[in-house]
Design a protein around this ligand. Structure first.
Ligand SMILES: Nc1nc2c(ncn2[C@@H]2O[C@H](COP(=O)(O)OP(=O)(O)OP(=O)(O)O)[C@@H](O)[C@H]2O)c(=O)[nH]1
Ligand SMILES: [Mg+2]
Length: 256
């Protein structure tokens, strides 16, 4: 499907083209069980009526303890590399990833923040305006899972209630298998439900689930952006127009 909007820069690579809503990791902790884009969103992109969404840069913030693998996860996705040596992130860093979703150009600005306590006040200055918060922990270190509550609370404090999609991500999946992996995932799924987050297990080392995870993030953020844009434009239409075209569900309802 070709976009009617002129994308900024060269065409997106083939593996950044998303035509259908990517699936969740587990239905036990997932933000959206639908297998297809929301009806209003499908109708909007078929009519090329996605407003300014094609020009939008959605902010994604990745938080979590030091050494859990935030930078490795982002680098695996954005650059397809993995570095065994640890280099602490100082403050923040970001990458921009361009997608084409349902024929519409769409970009994520992925903010990588430092887990080290001494950089926390620099990093937290960048939490504001996030559409997606990714809280990462190390599947082999249960303490890092316990700390995700605090990371999420700090990130949410800088954002409007109900305005962010939340993901809980267990990293270093390659280091666990069998019962140990199942046990760690079960604890994480439990916490994800409390946080109203979607749960994913990934490995930056092997690349397992990394592309699937970010595709899911991009597609859900895209869908929410289209719904919000439609809602905004509907609410500025005259009364008679609104009666013919009912308002879409509130985007925050996607979390239910
Ligand atoms: N085996 C394995 N090691 C990993 C994986 N992801 C990261 N690591 C290693 O874990 C260490 C920490 O990774 P980073 O990505 O730098 O961690 P971080 O969360 O960005 O750390 P800060 O920037 O200090 O907050 C590095 O030595 C990585 O090579 C993984 O999926 N599997
Ligand atoms: Mg880092």
């Amino acid at each position: 499907m070709k976009s009617s909007l002129t994308p900024l820069g060269p065409p997106v690579s083939r593996d950044r083209i998303i035509d259908t809503l990517p699936k969740w990791y587990t239905p036990d902790a997932c933000l959206q069980l639908r297998e297809h884009f929301h009806g209003q969103v499908s109708a909007a992109y078929q009519r090329r009526n996605t407003g300014t969404v094609g020009l939008k840069l959605s902010k994604v913030v990745v938080v979590g303890d030091l050494y859990v693998g935030k930078t490795s996860l982002i680098h695996r996705f954005c650059k397809n590399v993995f570095d065994r040596d640890y280099k602490a992130t100082i403050g923040v860093d970001f990458e921009i990833e361009r997608f084409e979703i349902a024929g519409i150009p769409y970009s994520l600005q992925i903010w990588d923040t430092a887990g080290q306590e001494k950089f926390k006040c620099i990093a937290s200055a960048y939490y504001r305006g996030a559409q997606v918060i990714i809280t990462a922990f190390d599947l082999t270190d249960v303490q890092t899972l316990e700390h995700t509550r605090q990371w999420l609370e700090d990130a949410l404090r800088e954002n409007e209630m109900g305005s962010c999609f939340i993901f809980l991500v267990g990293t270093k999946k390659d280091l666990l298998s069998g019962a140990a992996c199942e046990q760690a995932e079960a604890e994480a799924v439990h916490l994800a439900n409390e946080m109203q987050a979607e749960y994913w297990s990934v490995s930056a080392k092997t690349g397992e689930n990394v592309k699937a995870f970010f595709s899911r993030v991009a597609a859900l953020a895209f869908e929410q952006s289209v719904l919000q844009d439609l809602e905004k434009r509907n609410s500025t239409q005259p009364q008679e127009w609104r009666e013919i075209h009912p308002r879409p569900r509130k985007a925050r309802g996607l979390l239910a």
